[in-house]
Design a binder for this molecule. Structure first.
Ligand SMILES: [Zn+2]
Length: 403
């Protein structure tokens, strides 16, 4: 079963359960609660739920429709039916089903909110962003604590690049879930949103505000890599190479696994400062701290090559290749270096030996939430829209233990 479909089914069930609770809380005067019990006792209801659990949506719709009809069309079942149409991709029918529920007289506040929530999901699914936004906002007016509406709103704001609104929404979520969820995750996401606000400020050429935003992002989460990169860039373009280098060095301290993102920046900052020797020293420190660090070896090799030390560079590249035989950047640099050395036969043979059996691939970054693959390291997944979920994937660990 595709996970998305399964989640959809669960959501349909949960929405139904939420409505059920609302029902219990506000006993309806017109006898609908009796209808609801009658629906539950109907064999079609149980059959429908069984089909739902088995993710057989069409027969579930059939049975639940019968159960609804037999019990005087209770709101709960029609809410689920609408959600099932949406899951099937029939957004128009889902909207119809849910909109019809809004026309019912005597809708209680919480029921109204739940119907609007489902309608908002229909609109979102169908790409009617403005209407979805309206629906979720209305849900929050009726039920200000509705976390599901808040997180849907946040995602819409993010897609629209309305970072201020996304930030405010995440702050509300953080306040609501203090205690239940782990607070660091909220800080992590707020830091990414703050970083986006900084990038907006950069586009408006407001460097001072941008720098403040990037600093705020780092305060929220000391491991927010893009904020360090951006803050250093601002300092560097201000002509403050030493300040930039200090920021990037902090990044390496906080997240050594992301150090490589600052390599080329640090190399040029050091050389601007007249301290070019600090770059190879940094690479050597990183290699000593983590002998599997192939990126530091690659960076050091490139640095040595450009200083006329191609033979030393090649040794480092071969060591790096043992750590990660799949990295295309390594192979390209090795060929450049071999060419610079006029392709000595014994070195070419060593290269062929090391690479024998290695599998190449171009998209080594993978989202741990939805398995989306990317060539680049991304901060937000374009598929599931989660923040900071990419890890680097290696097909076979190449002598991980050997150091
Ligand atoms: Zn993803």
């Amino acid at each position: 079963m595709p996970p998305v479909a399964f989640i959809g089914v669960l959501l349909a069930l949960l929405a139904g359960l939420a409505i059920g609770k609302a029902w219990e809380r506000y006993k309806l005067q017109d006898g609908q609660w009796i209808d609801r019990r009658r629906a539950r006792e109907s064999p079609h209801y149980m059959l429908g739920l069984n089909f739902l659990v088995a993710n057989q949506i069409d027969p579930a719709i059939g049975e639940l429709s019968k159960a609804a009809h037999a019990a005087g069309d209770p709101l709960e079942i029609h809410l689920i039916l609408g959600n099932l149409f949406r899951e099937k991709g029939q957004v128009g029918r889902a909207i119809q089903e849910h909109q019809a529920l809004l026309q019912r007289p005597n809708l209680r506040k919480l029921e109204h909110a739940n119907v609007l929530l489902c309608l908002g999901l229909d609109y979102k699914h169908g790409g009617f962003v403005d209407r979805a936004l309206e629906a979720f906002t209305e849900v929050l007016r009726l039920d200000p604590q509705n976390q599901y509406a808040l997180s849907n709103l946040e995602k819409i704001y993010e897609e629209q690049h309305q970072w201020h609104d996304a930030y405010a929404t995440r702050e509300k979520l953080a306040r609501l879930s203090s205690g239940s969820d782990e607070p660091p995750r909220h800080h992590e996401i707020l830091a990414f949103l703050e970083n986006e606000l900084g990038q907006d400020a950069l586009k408006r050429k407001n460097d001072a505000e941008a720098a403040r935003r990037f600093e705020a992002a780092i305060d929220l989460d000391a491991r927010n890599t893009p904020a360090y990169l951006n803050l250093g860039d601002v300092r560097f373009y201000e002509g403050n190479a030493a300040g930039a280098a200090a920021v990037w060095e902090k990044l390496i301290e906080a997240s050594p696994d992301r150090a490589y993102l600052a390599f080329s920046r640090l190399e040029s900052a050091y050389s601007t400062m007249g301290a070019a020797e600090r770059f190879p020293a940094l690479c050597k420190r990183l290699i000593a701290a983590n002998p599997q660090d192939w990126r530091a070896r690659l960076a050091l090799a490139r640095h040595l090559s450009s200083n006329g030390r191609a033979a030393d560079a090649l040794e480092l590249l071969f060591e790096a290749l043992v750590q990660n035989p799949h990295a295309l950047a390594l192979h390209q640099t090795i060929w450049q270096t071999l060419s610079a050395l006029d392709l000595p036969r014994h070195l070419v043979n060593r290269y062929v030996d090391i690479t024998r059996g290695a599998i190449f691939y171009l998209d080594p970054h993978i989202c741990i939430r939805c398995r989306y693959r990317s060539t680049e390291l991304l901060w937000q997944c374009p598929h599931c829209h989660e923040w900071n979920t990419f890890v680097e994937e290696r097909i076979a660990p190449a002598k991980e233990a050997e150091t």
